[in-house]
Design a protein around this ligand. Structure first.
Ligand SMILES: Cc1cc2nc3c(=O)[nH]c(=O)nc-3n(C[C@H](O)[C@H](O)[C@H](O)COP(=O)(O)OP(=O)(O)OC[C@H]3O[C@@H](n4cnc5c(N)ncnc54)[C@H](O)[C@@H]3O)c2cc1C
Length: 433
């Protein structure tokens, strides 16, 4: 691919998949001059995306729990640059990064171009507003940590109002989309109401909150087995949520949501968690073939269909498996793809042929804050079995531990767990500012 002595490997996106890949390749080439590894991300720190609903609720504090890319890069043999991908020139093997602005929008660093020999696209996905009127203007999303933190501040402000006004009417939050994100966020919000009482909001409790969970399909968690939907529905209704299935949102206004039977659901905060698509920047970027949802179409080896020097992984890759199914947009997919791309890049460096990626579905787990967890496993067997309660909770947490082990190794992950235990004693259970 390249005639340079050093092969420049550039990874765009340090999320669930990209950061694991950069770490693996950093370890592989840190003592070698044959390759250099550069990670680019539009944010300076990493938080594992399946925890974003915990940032939104305040259970997780990004300042304390985020991984600083620069420090991680220094410790693991790769380089990091802050920047947002805006363009790709495949002929000259150059990507373009947007200018970086400071808080008053003056340019700190102008638009830049970066050369690569091997490029990996790992920029994830965002929620899909399907062009529904009012979603962009009136809905919050939790697609990134800034948005999740904005949601958290808005939530605390609304509860502050309730505290000050001794208001009887509950805070009404409408969550559109009852996939894992919407369902887990619902439970987290009831946890916030429960904990705020402990922290001086005496007139706030679960009855101060009403969550409407709106879903277009016939059941919540429709990608998972019926039994999981039923278990999840039971937990959420017991917490106080109202579940509205087969309900299509027609539009969103400043004070609520218009649904298909002509009804209007008044809402203090509306959160959009429905559907997944990739960012517009990927739409035929550099002439690459992309899907309707802007995912880069990849070969079984995870190389772009039109260009073997470009790989795509995670949510932004459209990877068809045997049987015609596409790899689902999940953290476990991103993790498995990162491992496969790392191995294929190492094979390329040794002049060996590329190996096809095969996705293994180990099941899905859903957590309801501290109240419960449910899931279905298909590990090492074709038979599925259901788990709930503390076993499901333990398995759910172990998914995050696997990500931490991929980034920090076993010893540092164990140390992080000990620090986490200490912090549970020292820090409030919720971020309160
Ligand atoms: C609240 C929530 C809960 C979830 N729960 C689960 C779960 O329980 N189990 C599960 O398997 N999956 C879950 N998911 C899905 C899972 O998080 C994603 O499938 C996974 O994170 C995808 O990994 P990725 O590496 O493709 O992208 P991401 O992890 O999204 O990372 C993308 C990275 O790219 C960066 N980036 C984006 N655009 C640019 C750009 N233009 N230039 C440079 N950098 C850019 C971002 O800052 C980010 O660091 C959940 C998602 C959410 C939102």
């Amino acid at each position: 691919m390249s005639h340079r002595a050093t092969t420049r490997i550039v990874i765009v996106g340090g999320g669930a998949g990209g950061l694991e890949l950069a770490t693996k390749l950093g370890h592989a080439y840190r003592k070698s001059t044959s390759a250099s590894v550069l990670l680019l991300d539009k944010h300076p720190f990493h938080v594992w995306k399946p925890l974003f609903h915990e940032v939104a609720s305040g259970s997780l504090d990004v300042d304390m729990d985020g991984i600083d890319f620069r420090s991680h890069a220094a410790n693991h043999g790769f380089e990091f640059q802050l920047g947002s991908l805006t363009g790709l020139n495949r002929t000259n093997k150059i990507i373009t990064l947007d200018a970086i602005y400071d808080e008053d929008r003056s340019v700190l660093i102008p638009e830049r171009q970066i050369e690569y020999d091997i490029l990996v696209l790992a920029i994830g996905s965002i929620t899909n507003d399907f062009g529904i009127p009012g979603v962009r203007e009136h809905c919050l999303t939790i697609d990134d940590t800034h948005e999740a933190e904005r949601f958290h501040k808005g939530l605390l402000n609304q509860f502050l109002k309730i505290k000050a006004q001794k208001k009887d009417a509950p805070l009404t939050i409408t969550i559109v989309g009852a996939g894992a994100t919407g369902v887990e966020l619902t439970a987290e919000l009831y946890k916030v109401a429960d904990y705020l009482r402990v922290y001086g909001f005496q007139n706030v409790d679960r009855s101060s909150l009403r969550v409407n969970l709106v879903e277009a399909s016939e059941r919540i968690l429709s990608a998972l087995p019926h039994r999981i939907s039923e278990m999840a529905g039971g937990v959420l209704e017991e917490l106080g949520a109202q579940i509205l299935v087969q309900t299509q949102v027609q539009g969103v206004g400043a004070t609520g949501v218009f649904v298909d039977d002509g009804a209007f659901l008044p809402s203090d905060i509306t959160v959009w968690c429905a559907g997944v698509k990739c960012q517009d920047v990927l739409d035929q970027i550099g002439g690459l073939s992309t899907t309707r949802r802007h995912q880069v179409i990849v070969r079984p080896t995870l190389q772009a269909q039109d260009d073997p020097s470009i790989y795509a992984l995670g949510d932004c890759a459209a990877c068809e498996q045997e049987g015609g199914q596409f790899v689902p947009p999940r953290a476990q997919s991103a993790h498995q793809m990162a491992t496969a791309v790392a191995a294929n890049i190492r094979r390329h460096m040794k002049g060996k042929p590329q190996k096809p990626f095969r996705y293994r579905d180990h099941g899905s787990l859903v957590s309801f804050a501290e109240y419960s967890s449910v899931g279905v496993l298909s590990y090492m067997t074709k038979h599925r079995f259901f788990v709930e309660g503390s076993i499901a909770k333990y398995l759910y947490i172990s998914l995050y531990r696997l990500h931490q082990i991929a980034l920090h190794g076993y010893i540092n992950t164990a140390l992080t767990m000990i620090v986490g235990r200490i912090n549970r004693k020292l820090r409030p259970r919720l971020k309160l500012h």
